[in-house]
Write a protein that binds this ligand. Structure first.
Ligand SMILES: O=P(O)(O)OC[C@H](O)CO
Length: 502
């Protein structure tokens, strides 16, 4: 099959730490890749923001580089896929697309007090019942409320439709289409905590509760299309006009699509700034046990939305970055240091730097390092930081076993930290099952490329497994006694971090 054929998909993954892009040819080969980093600002304790202008420059930088590289790679761009960080929220001018606020990150905790009050009230039940999500500052609703209260105190401009509030996908869709598309993708919309699981649309009662006028929100759109649903490029530096935006997905959802190609039964764990475990939920199983229900995507051809279960671990890569700062190195240095740790070290890090997300959702928990002795040094602390990711994923996967009413056969792993073989090997030991590491780290870009390609008629779903780069399998060797002892040590440390004894 020639690479030119029906052309290539230009896939962008706009994430917290930067924008990555891949050009995926018809035969599935990644024929070009590009990246632009993105920084975060911490204006006050608990506040985490990003600059939308810098974010946009990164997106067009990556898109332009890939488009320019297409001819050299012997292909042409026939459509775009866009994967995005979720829950982060901003306000923009719907006429010009100009951002009127910083991007308030999903990590931002400025609305923690508001959320604690809501969670303790009857409204907390209403919110989680309708949206599937626990009341937590991670989700967009309270941050959107906070932004509108400051920018438009009487909500006059929002009510008159002169302001838009939304997530990164909606703002980028506006910018990529020269203002023609005023829409947010279904999966991203469901992470705002303003969308009903039942019919995948804004919930008027929740909008009232958070005082967000419907007129300030984009429409909730399907996740794919050949140009009609999500629009076409217009006035984007470096890109031709008229390219269909053929798919948009939340980054975690895109990783799930890359790992399972839309088939149920595949559980994936994405290790990033935090970590996300996700599985499709066609049976409509009830969440609980620290797991949330969410919408994965809505494919045009399917009509209704695909439901998923997701557990969000608050701190994964952040634990590595914390350890790197503490020990005066970088994340690669942490992996190298950890490899030299004493085998018998029992040092354990509970990275509850902003409390614990899944599976505990205890924002009052405090980070701690336990099990040290006089011989504990940087290597043991580094190893504890790496291991904290594996312990949290194992802990969370056991909740999936319960909710799914049966042990999950294997875990599919992706994301930057999964490049560490020791982490993957420990992960397999702690869950007592094999871990299949994705063949390329950029799974979110691949996932949205695959969905875009199906919408454009380049591929059928049945073609996707053969296109996907082969992964590496890690299998466990230890017995249950070993596993139970290690997990018991972890649970003891978690209990201490939550101010309880196990
Ligand atoms: O940008 P990432 O990869 O850390 O992902 C951010 C998530 O979508 C937040 O829920």
């Amino acid at each position: 099959m020639s690479a030119v054929g029906r052309g290539a998909v230009l896939a962008l993954d706009q994430g917290t730490s930067g924008t990555k892009g891949l050009l995926v040819a018809e035969d599935g080969r990644v024929v070009a890749a590009a990246h632009r980093p993105l920084t975060q600002q911490y204006p006050e304790p608990g506040r985490v923001e990003q600059d939308p202008a810098v974010l946009w420059r990164g997106v067009i930088g990556v898109a332009g580089e890939l488009a320019a590289g297409a001819a050299a790679a012997g292909t042409r761009v026939v459509g775009l896929g866009l994967s995005v960080q979720r829950e982060a929220v901003l306000v923009w001018d719907p006429d010009t697309g100009a951002a009127l606020s910083p991007l308030v990150s999903w990590q931002d905790r400025r609305t923690a007090e508001r959320c604690a009050k809501l969670a303790a009230s009857a409204e907390g039940e209403l919110i989680s019942g309708r949206t599937g999500l626990p009341v937590d500052p991670m989700f967009s609703a309270t941050k959107a409320e906070w932004l509108l209260d400051r920018l438009d105190p009487d909500h006059e401009a929002a009510t008159a439709g002169r302001l838009r509030v939304g997530t990164v996908d909606a703002w980028l869709l506006h910018r990529l289409t020269g203002g023609a598309t005023d829409a947010t993708e279904t999966g991203c919309a469901s992470r705002t905590q303003l969308v009903r699981l039942d019919d995948a649309d804004w919930d008027p009662e929740l909008l009232d509760l958070f005082r967000i006028p419907r007129t300030a929100l984009p429409r909730v759109a399907a996740s794919d299309g050949a140009g009609e649903e999500l629009g076409r490029t217009r006035n984007v530096p470096g890109l031709a006009d008229g390219l269909p935006v053929a798919a948009v997905l939340g980054d975690s959802h895109a990783a799930l699509f890359a790992q399972g190609h839309g088939r149920p039964g595949v559980v994936k764990a994405t290790y990033g700034t935090g970590a996300s475990l996700m599985v499709l939920n066609p049976e409509g199983r009830r969440p609980g046990e620290g797991i949330a229900a969410t919408l994965a995507w809505r494919r045009t051809r399917d009509g209704g939305a695909a439901h998923a279960l997701e557990a969000n671990i608050a701190s994964a890569g952040t634990a590595i970055r914390w350890a790197a700062r503490l020990l005066g190195t970088d994340p690669a240095g942490i992996a190298a240091l950890a490899a030299g740790a004493r085998e018998d070290s029992e040092v354990c890090l509970v990275p509850a730097f902003s409390g614990l997300g899944a599976p505990y959702w205890d924002r009052g928990a405090r980070a701690l390092l336990v099990g040290m002795d006089f011989d504990t040094g940087p290597a043991e602390v580094a190893r504890a930081a790496v291991e904290s990711m594996a312990f949290q994923v194992a802990d969370t996967l056991s909740r999936f076993d319960t909710v799914l009413a049966g042990a999950v056969a294997e875990l599919r792993a992706d994301g930057g930290p999964t490049g560490n073989d020791r982490l993957m090997a420990l992960q397999a030991e702690l869950i007592g099952r094999s871990v299949l590491r994705a063949g390329r780290p950029e799974v979110s870009a691949l996932g949205v490329a695959y969905l875009a390609g199906t919408a454009l008629g380049i591929w059928d779903d049945a073609d996707l497994p053969a296109l996907t780069p082969q992964g590496t399998r890690f299998t466990p060797h230890e017995d249950d006694a070993w596993r139970n002892r290690r997990m018991a040590g972890w649970h003891d440390a978690v209990a201490c971090s939550r101010g309880k004894r196990a």
